[in-house]
Design a protein around this ligand. Structure first.
Ligand code: GAR
Length: 202
């Protein structure tokens, strides 16, 4: 069984969607939720799903040891960032090499980097009158949104779409694709599976 930790800072709708996707899986389970915000709604979702959740300060994330201790205690193999707003630092990257992935709500390398999260991204996309947006799943490195891209999928935008409408379209893609991408990548990373993401998912 590949054990996953999900890191989330806020609402946690992706976290819940991923938890539900793997609920009956024989290969993968979500074992822990980790946050930097004790008031985040993701804790409530974790409680309702019966999954332990923990909060660490920004300094604890930067130092890494207390976060890594909890992850090791729960035998975590793979980390998924789903709406997590802090930068991941070296201790965690060293503890989980090529085993941390993030979802970004736009088509990287556009609209990435510091400050580009959640609605800020969708507002920038609308302001630029982009004809399309989408999602990017990528490996995490020491820079915001710069690790190798694993998967992208696009959605068309209408000139009248507000940032809320763009957010809805992007969320729909996240719910549909992110768990399936995690399934492939986590199995491959943790078990040496050599299957790849099928063309039909790209
Ligand atoms: C998601 O759209 C995710 O892609 C985005 O935050 C949202 C979290 O929603 N992540 C970033 O912007 C990271 N830079 P959720 O809490 O409802 O899953």
């Amino acid at each position: 069984m590949v054990k996953i930790a999900i890191f989330a800072s806020g609402n946690g709708s992706n976290a819940e969607n991923i938890i539900r996707y793997f609920k009956d899986s024989e290969d993968i389970c979500v074992s822990v939720i980790v946050s930097n915000n004790r008031n985040a709604y993701v804790h409530q979702r974790a409680l309702e799903c019966g999954i332990p959740s923990f909060t660490f300060t920004k300094e604890e994330f930067e130092k890494g040891d207390s976060v890594i201790r909890i992850l090791k205690e729960h035998e975590i193999d793979f980390i998924v960032l789903a709406g997590f707003m802090l930068k991941i630092t070296y201790p965690l990257l060293e503890a989980y090499p090529e085993r941390i992935v993030n979802i970004h709500p736009a088509l990287l390398p556009k609209y990435g980097g510091k400050g580009m999260y959640g609605d800020n991204v969708h507002k920038a996309v609308v302001l630029a009158k982009e004809p399309e947006s989408g999602i990017t799943v990528h490996y995490v490195n020491e820079h915001y949104d710069e690790g190798n891209i694993i998967f992208q999928v696009k959605c068309d935008l209408h000139p009248d779409d507000t940032h809320d409408v763009v957010a809805q379209k992007v969320h729909a893609l996240e719910y549909e694709y992110f768990p399936r991408v995690i399934e492939k990548v986590a199995k491959r990373a943790c078990r040496g599976y050599d299957d790849v993401i099928p063309e039909s998912m790209l």
